[in-house]
Design a protein around this ligand. Structure first.
Ligand code: PEP
Ligand code: MN
Length: 625
């Protein structure tokens, strides 16, 4: 049951509730729900529920309706984010676990690990103890396999997920592994579940071959009841009458799981389909359906694989899939981050003038404005994110060393560039060190009692009003009011308390200010994306760079812009953006802002840079990232 305590409950009253629960033999869990004190209690209680309701300091008592308790959303309304080294599974960044079915030898594991890492996987998988249908099939290398996995982690930085098949492997798991996998065949091996729960490392729990979702969640409950909340659910296909695929992938489990539990869910399309060519379509569908991650089998030479060759992707196919996911993820409000692991290790930590050594990023606007969302998606939770009052302040904070990073919007797919930021990039000596694209879905947000007919004023950022123009033009007599950013608009609606006022902003801003959504998806074109740049005072040494941004001016003679563009073309460099901005104080003269798909500061492209400098009157690299 869930016990909500009254505001201002005394320590003694709270202790009395806990002591009765302990007497009843309940498991007691603190619950995170804003400012209220809420206690979750699991176990059969002999006392009537009304006894608890009448205790001093208790506001209300709610029984948990599901048979699984710790796993249920009722007990834990927020999503659980499982932390595996620098990787957060369950947040806005898609986590891809990839590797062979089984570890066969060091060479094989290392080759595949390098391939999947370079394509963007952040965890490595591979079985050392293989539960095989036939006792005559390859059973895995055992501890030898775990040692190879540990070497893979050492050399690549990828954390390791591998299957535990017996409680007597606990010590080995503690020694070598980062994520303990419980296989489909063992989903209801309750001794094994309990031992996995006691290891204290994240557990990936596969759905049984013919388990219902409820049975699967009950198995997860075993792990949580041992005090381990770091559980990842993995759907890997269930047995149906359909023989064409190895199993039938139950993608509908994703929204069901998201509703019933706070635990993250990943999809394993490899074991689900058993057929290589079916893996990528199902993986794409899983991300579109809201999965937090994927587990995918990859092998560099599948025809010689000792297990599951026919369902293993070739590294090139895996790379292509990752590129597809990179495009799909923002559509459903997530990101596939190719620099995930590099970012965590290479980001600068400013001198210790600030409190603690936590890194800091700033953005302009109110909390839950789109720039805030971009910062959260780019960095995850390992950083302090603060709001400042203007774009200029973002640059100043970064330049003066008060913030490691700044997040600024550069352009929107419907309304074009945010010119102020292009000018500021030129004015301040900062570097672009990353970029992130967010899909912008606008909601009409008002007071809970506001009805559509009551609306008189719509408050939002001018760009947001512009992006919703078709919707707004169809309404009669609404006054449009500009605000500094979308979340500020929501704050105004909240604070001014006028039922005729609504704001246009992201759904998250409505949640933050506890307002209601009257309508969602009101942007004129659903392909509404904003690209943000992440800036720092200096370049980062964080692995391979795929893109460069630069700005230059050419002389005012015929063909001079063409001469510079020719350099890119002749060197096979793809130009992805070209924009001109007037030079302040020089009417009719222009600066050209260019984005390229190449690392212009790499040694190989030094010649290109030299040629470009000769042809440009002014040249500045804004960043390679
Ligand atoms: C595996 O992932 O290696 C595996 C054996 O999968 P499952 O337990 O889903 O069959
Ligand atoms: Mn396999």
């Amino acid at each position: 049951m869930i016990i909500v305590l009254k505001q201002g409950v005394s320590k003694e009253e709270e202790e009395q509730v806990r002591s009765i629960l302990r007497e009843e033999g309940c498991l007691i869990r603190e619950m995170s729900t804003g400012d209220e004190t809420v206690i979750g209690a699991v176990g059969e209680v002999s006392r009537d529920i009304r006894v608890f309701e009448q205790l001093p300091g208790v506001a209300k008592v709610m029984p948990v309706s599901q048979p699984y308790k710790l796993v249920s959303r009722e007990m834990h309304p927020e999503d659980t984010v499982v932390q595996i080294g620098d990787v957060e599974l369950g947040g806005p960044r898609i986590v891809v676990i990839a590797g062979p079915c089984a570890i066969e030898n060091r060479e094989q594991a290392m080759t595949i690990a390098r391939e999947v890492k370079s394509a963007g996987a952040v965890l490595f998988r591979g079985g050392a103890f293989k539960p095989r249908t036939s006792p005559y099939s390859f059973q895995g290398l055992g501890e030898e396999g775990l040692k190879i996995l540990a070497q893979v982690r050492e050399e690549t930085g990828l954390r390791i997920a591998t299957e535990m098949t017996s409680p007597n492997q606990v010590d080995l798991m503690i020694k070598y592994v980062d994520v303990v996998q419980i296989g489909a065949r063992n989903m209801q091996n309750f001794e094994l579940l309990r031992s996995a729960g006691r290891i204290g490392k994240p557990v990936l729990l596969k759905r049984g071959l013919s388990a219902t979702i409820e049975e699967w969640l009950m198995s997860a409950e075993y792990i949580l009841s041992e005090g381990n909340e770091q559980v990842i659910l993995c759907e890997r296909g269930i047995r149906t009458f359909e023989p064409y695929t190895r199993n039938t992938l139950d993608l509908s489990a994703i929204p069901i799981i998201k509703n019933l539990t706070h635990l993250p869910v990943v999809i394993d399309p490899s074991h689900a389909t058993g057929l290589r060519e079916k893996v990528s379509p199902m993986a794409r569908a899983a991300i579109a359906a809201g999965a937090d991650g994927l587990m995918i089998e990859v092998h560099h030479d599948p025809s010689k694989a000792l297990s599951d060759g026919p369902q293993s992707l070739y590294p090139e196919q895996f790379g292509q899939l990752m590129r597809d996911l990179y495009v799909i993820a923002p559509v459903v409000g997530k990101q596939l981050d190719f620099g995930y692991l590099d970012k965590a290790t290479a980001a600068p930590i400013l001198p210790s003038s600030r409190i603690g050594s936590q890194r800091r990023a700033v953005f302009a606007g109110e909390m839950q404005a789109f720039a805030h969302k971009a910062a959260m998606q780019f960095f995850g939770s390992g950083i302090n994110i603060d709001s400042v009052s203007s774009f200029r302040t973002v640059y100043k904070e970064v330049k003066e060393g008060n913030s490691d990073f700044g997040v600024i919007p550069l352009e929107n797919s419907l309304t074009g560039s945010i010119h102020e930021n292009y000018d500021l990039l030129l004015e301040y000596d900062v570097r672009i060190v990353g970029e992130i694209t967010l899909r912008i879905v606008h909601a009409l947000i008002g007071h809970p009692e506001t009805k559509f007919e009551d609306i008189k004023r719509v408050i939002s950022h001018p760009q947001a009003l512009e992006q919703c123009r078709d919707f707004l033009e169809n309404q009669q007599g609404w006054e449009l009011v500009a605000a500094r950013d979308t979340a500020t608009a929501v704050r105004r609606v909240k604070e001014e308390g006028n039922p005729g006022d609504v704001a246009i902003a992201a759904r998250e801003a409505a949640d933050l200010f506890e307002l209601s959504i009257l309508k969602e998806g009101i942007e004129t074109n659903a392909r509404n994306y904003t690209r943000f740049a992440v800036i720092a005072a200096h370049a980062l040494d964080n692995g391979p760079k795929k893109k460069s941004s630069l700005v230059y001016a050419t002389s005012n003679k015929p063909g001079s812009l063409f001469d510079t563009l020719k350099i890119f073309s002749e060197n096979g460099i793809n130009l992805v953006k070209l924009e001109s901005r007037p030079i302040h104080g020089k009417p009719w003269e222009y600066m050209f802002y260019v984005d390229l798909e190449a690392d212009l500061e790499s040694d190989e492209l030094q010649g290109v840079m030299e040629e470009l400098s000769e042809n440009a009157e002014f040249l500045k690299i804004l960043g390679c990232y």
